[in-house]
Design a protein around this ligand. Structure first.
Ligand code: PHE
Ligand code: ZN
Length: 861
């Protein structure tokens, strides 16, 4: 609960720990309410420092005993842990504590989920398990003994390789013992333990040097049929990391466990990844194509952490992007290789604009490497992850693919087994390329989204691009220095031929000019190809030019972007002046939609339009006050216009993209289904729900079933299907999450709060389960026009639930507070409504450190 004065931790205050640990032995005597944890640790003085303060973190631990070299020692309770007097020499520490997994609703440390024991230690959960220097720069080898006398824990896993397993079935209940040893030194945040009644989907993988690895995905009985896809994704990830990064797996076992109650997506614990079940369990009947793609990416992400995160970890939590930015970048490369590179790039830019830009343009803006925090859980953000990955991508663009590969080899070789900093990472690139990267490092230190302004000049046969950069003030950063911005540019002639292929302009100053000579006619530039830097672009370009690029740009990202800009312009004109949707845009897009040389997944992205919250952000950036109702109306009007003006091609588009044969979640089949689904959504607008009802009735996979349900709900014709859907899936938690979400997504703006409120009274609204909570409250916050409905009902409802959840699960509560981060965009009336809720939350007698920090940053106090 909230300290009297919340403590801020600073990067600049880093000091090493006074002690080194070589080995840790842990014994767990499992019990749902009284688990005993015995730790035996060998400490020796750290020669790098003279500070021998013996402080161990510890939270909510019941002390049983503590011994130094076999003698009971007195413990002093200090803030966040204990201190003891110890010799200034190597010594043995032995301690026993008691913890209560069943009472642990925060889902950090050792907790219970559906009768099974599991752990979550990143970032600072290990201190809820036993006394320990719970900091990532303390790395040690762990041996773990798990004992249980209950029948329902036949499977007991920890990190590393299983050495021993025994069940004494002569006794009732039959006690089990299992021993795991992890030969690789690791920080405590990578510790994991799982015990329960689990079944395995097994397979094996032989690494490039011939090591046979036993693979298993562990699930609750009944979920076995949802493991095959995840297993394939794991094997693909293992092969890819060998082929592309030369990285091999390093244990005899690799285990993945699916857990229903989990705050985040998944966790890369050494050799024992723990997954939110929504991020690993998949079957054609219960998962959409989007689910399959996401699961494949998350399995890869966690697996890739074995090298970028585990073998090389972070010195302190300020360096979080060292492992996350790089691992997100790696998983994006993997997905691009497995599926489509342009499609993945567009999806990532959509996510960046949808989540990271609002963060960077509001009160929560922080650098990719923050310099201070109160609660590190609050910094698992889109900025650290997604902008962190963009920074790696820019670095690769600047040094080139070969130099990038060479630098990564050096990084793995030099830093294997270490806890590193961004400085270490940058130094590897500087040394292997001979390049000075001090200015590039500003990407880690300066927050905010830079704006690049483009001006064109054509004289004689010289075409010049004048580029300038600027960055608005962000919390704690009033003025900023110019950054290194790689701007990928290509030039086209009037016929749409590429006359200058993509090259990288390095914008390093506030203003710079780049000239291209020998152009007898004025070329058309395509700027920021592939979205080569996470910036906003200001370019005075008319619709004719955009339509030209939409038809001809050879860069698939910018071709899509041209359409996006036309959509943006059309929507803005409707919002501002009630203008009708832009007919040229609709015509230009129409010819692309039926162009069968274009990947259906890419065409689906072309069909999309900026989200309502993106539009609100753009209006705010332009100095205007967004009106959520006007934005909603304009967005709907554009969809109606698409349906009307494409009425003649939609039935064919739908028919041509049906997929026959047994279901496969591969990119090609998924792309076709997504295009057919987009056609269905539009067709339903003109023809009502008949086609959607037919699709619903015969759907044999979740992608078709859910898209039909969506179309029906959109047409106000979904009641029957919704009820049938519930009856069919009432026993499948992950599908019921979708059932909850769907109703909120498709509610009318003025009815969203009521709908969400009604759902919270549903018998299946298990609000302590983060997935279920997010399925209603997270989706409510994402319904732009509904959340910002002027009644303020949605603000109040969300605040009510955040207040209720905070004492139970601070981490999930705090993350969801970001729903309010854009409050300053809106009119005075809405601002007051939101402020009232923020103050109400802030005024709670007890508030977690997590939520207190978020609310005070959002309020700007
Ligand atoms: N480290 C995890 C990942 O990115 C995310 C995570 C953070 C999970 C904190 C749980 C708790 O893969
Ligand atoms: Zn990660």
């Amino acid at each position: 609960m909230q300290d009297a004065a919340p403590k801020t931790i600073y990067l600049k205050d880093y000091t090493p720990f006074g002690w080194i640990i070589d080995d840790v032995h842990l014994t767990f005597r499992l019990h749902p309410t009284a688990t005993r944890v015995i730790s035996r640790i060998r400490f020796r003085p750290n020669p790098e420092t003279t500070d021998r303060t013996f402080f161990l973190h510890g939270e909510a631990l019941k002390p049983i005993s503590a011994k130094v070299d076999g003698h009971e020692v007195a413990l002093r309770n200090v803030d966040g842990g204990i201190e003891a007097d110890v010799p200034n020499a190597p010594f043995n520490w032995e301690a026993e504590v008691e913890i209560n997994p069943e009472a642990n609703t925060a889902l950090e440390g050792l907790y219970m989920s559906g009768g099974m024991y599991c752990t979550q230690c990143e970032a600072e959960g290990f201190r809820k398990i036993t006394w320990y220097p719970d900091r990532p720069d303390v790395m040690a080898k762990f041996t773990v003994r798990i004992e249980s006398d209950a029948e329902h824990t036949p499977v007991m896993l920890s990190n590393g390789d299983g050495l021993f397993y025994e069940q004494d079935s002569t006794q009732t209940p039959a006690p089990n013992v299992s021993i795991y040893q992890d030969p690789w030194p690791k920080p405590a945040y990578l510790f994991a333990l799982v015990a329960g009644d689990l079944v395995a989907h097994e397979d094996s993988f032989t690494t490039m040097s011939g090591r046979k690895v036993d693979l298993a995905i562990w699930v609750r009985p009944g979920d076995e049929h949802k493991c095959a896809f995840g297993m394939e994704a794991l094997k693909k990830s293992m092969t890819w990391d060998e082929e592309v990064y030369g990285r091999e797996y390093d244990l005899d076992e690799f285990n993945i466990v699916a857990v229903d109650d989990f705050n985040m997506g998944a966790m890369e614990n050494k050799g024992l990844n723990i997954f939110n079940s929504s991020c690993v369990l998949a079957s054609p009947e219960t998962s959409t194509d989007g689910n399959f793609e996401r699961i494949e990416a998350i399995i890869a992400h966690e697996y890739f952490h074995n090298w970028t995160g585990n073998r090389i970890t972070c010195r302190d939590w300020f360096q979080l992007c060292l492992k996350e930015g790089l691992t997100v970048f790696r998983d994006a490369q993997f997905t691009a290789d497995m599926r489509s590179e342009p499609v993945k790039r567009i999806e990532d830019v959509l996510a960046l604009r949808g989540r990271q830009f609002p963060e960077d343009q509001g009160p929560l803006s922080h650098p990719v490497r923050p310099e201070s925090f109160q609660e590190i859980n609050n910094f698992y953000t889109a900025t650290v992850y997604e902008k962190g990955a963009e920074v790696i991508g820019m670095l690769k663009t600047l040094v080139g693919d070969t130099a990038y590969a060479k630098a990564l080899d050096l990084y793995f070789e030099r830093h294997d087994g270490q806890a590193c900093t961004i400085e270490d990472w940058i130094a590897v690139f500087e040394e292997s390329t001979g390049r000075d990267l001090s200015q590039f490092k500003l990407w880690y230190a300066q927050s905010g989204t830079p704006k690049v302004t483009v001006r064109e000049e054509y004289k004689d046969d010289v075409f010049t691009l004048h580029l300038s950069q600027s960055s608005a003030a962000t919390p704690g950063q009033d003025s900023k220095a110019p950054q290194v911005i790689p701007v990928a540019v290509g030039l086209l002639n009037d016929n749409g031929d590429e006359v200058v292929p993509t090259q990288i302009l390095e914008l390093t100053e506030a203003e710079q000019a780049f000239s291209f000579t020998g152009h007898a006619t004025r070329p058309v530039p395509s700027v920021l190809r592939g979205f080569s830097a996470p910036v906003t672009l200001e370019q005075n370009v008319d619709d004719a030019r955009r339509a030209f690029l939409l038809a001809h740009d050879t860069d698939p990202f910018n071709r899509w972007e041209a359409g996006r800009m036309l959509a943006r312009g059309s929507l803005m004109a409707t919002i501002r002046d009630g203008a009708a949707p832009n007919a040229d845009y609709l015509d230009g897009l129409k010819s692309l939609l039926t162009d069968d040389t274009l990947d259906p997944a890419y065409r689906t992205l072309m069909l999309g339009q900026p989200s309502q919250s993106e539009l609100a952000g753009l209006l705010h950036q332009a100095g205007e006050t967004p009106d959520p109702d006007a934005i909603h109306t304009a967005s709907e009007a554009l969809r109606d216009a698409k349906a009307q003006s494409w009425a003649d091609i939609l039935p064919d588009l739908y028919a041509a993209n049906q997929v026959d044969g047994p279901f496969s979640p591969d990119a090609e089949a998924a792309g076709k289904r997504s295009l057919a689904n987009s056609a269905l959504m539009l067709l339903t607008r003109i023809e009502g729900g008949a086609l959607a009802a037919t699709q619903y009735a015969k759907a044999d996979n979740m992608t078709l079933q859910l898209s039909a349900l969506s179309a029906l709900l959109d047409a106000d014709a979904g009641d029957e299907a919704l009820a049938a859907f519930y009856d069919q899936w009432r026993d499948d938690r992950l599908v019921i999450d979708k059932w909850f979400s769907m109703q909120v997504i498709h509610a009318k703006p003025e009815a969203v709060a009521d709908t969400a409120h009604r759902l919270t009274n549903h018998i299946d609204f298990d609000w302590k389960n983060p997935n279920r909570f997010r399925a209603v409250m997270g989706v409510l916050a994402g319904h732009h026009a509904g959340f910002h409905n002027k009644s303020g009902a949605a603000y109040t409802l969300l605040a009510d639930w955040l207040i209720k959840l905070d004492p139970v699960n601070p981490q999930t509560t705090a993350r969801m507070c970001s729903a309010f981060q854009t409050w300053k965009r809106y009119d005075a009336h809405r601002q007051t409504l939101i402020q009232t809720q923020l103050e109400r939350i802030a005024g709670q007698a007890t508030l977690s450190r997590d939520t207190a920090e978020m609310i005070s940053r959002i309020r700007g106090v």
